[in-house]
Design a protein around this ligand. Structure first.
Ligand code: AR6
Length: 202
């Protein structure tokens, strides 16, 4: 029984990590992006914006057919850019559809395009005066980006964005499965050792 309680505690403790950067809470959670109650969730979309598998499929299923009706009118989206729609049946009020790059190890444009996709989402959230946003690990599924490399880019781009003042009070990274989650936790812990703005809370 005591072991069961202990395991439950460890499981609960392992599900999320929080840190503070100036006035913004940076959170990592293991979970499903479609369940997030935030101003905007980010979709890992493709250039057509007409849906697909992975996060994209899950978001379109949860949002309902009205989402596809709206994305059809957007005329696609270039890799490294992002576009905003409403969230329809999702708990999140809005969806920011970001297009990350397909991973190609020898292409120097690929890291720049992934950083750009994250930055564009943060810029759109700022323009809309959103207080909260949740990201999946863009490009790390079908598009094949190695999780650790993509995580570095996601976190560095976010920290760079937080150099300026922002409406965002919560930036949440929602990771699908324990391995992706632990990559984020370890990367944040390492970054906190050298970045004095990053305060790990729990
Ligand atoms: N919540 C959070 N993360 C998730 C979820 C979920 N519900 N489902 C999957 N992931 P992917 P990409 C994780 O393939 O690599 C689509 O077909 C997943 O484990 O969704 O950017 C689009 O239409 C992985 O770590 O996106 C594009 O054609 C991460 O989300 C293409 O895939 C991203 O995986 C985009 O590929």
């Amino acid at each position: 029984m005591a072991w069961g309680v202990c395991q439950a505690w460890v499981a609960c403790w392992a599900e999320s990590m929080r840190c503070r950067i100036v006035q913004t809470l940076l959170e990592c959670v293991e979970g499903d992006i479609t369940a997030q109650e935030v101003d905007a969730i980010v979709n890992a979309a493709n250039e057509s914006l007409l849906g697909g598998g992975g996060v994209d499929g899950a978001i379109h299923r949860a949002a309902g057919p009205e989402l596809l009706e709206e994305t059809r009118r957007l005329g696609g989206c270039r890799t490294g850019d992002a576009k905003l729609t409403r969230g329809y049946r999702l708990p999140a009020r809005y969806v920011i559809h970001a297009v990350g790059p397909v991973y190609r190890p020898d292409d120097p444009d690929v890291p720049r395009l992934l950083a750009s996709a994250y930055r564009r989402c943060l810029e759109i959230a700022q323009q809309q005066a959103f207080a909260s946003i949740a990201f999946p690990a863009i490009s790390t599924g079908v598009y094949g980006y190695p999780q650790a490399e993509a995580c570095e880019i996601a976190l560095h781009t976010t920290l760079e964005f937080l150099d300026q003042s922002t409406s965002l009070r919560l930036i949440r990274f929602v990771l699908f499965g324990a391995p992706a989650y632990s990559v984020y936790v370890q990367t944040i812990q390492r970054m906190a050792q050298t970045d004095s703005r990053l305060h790990v809370l729990d």
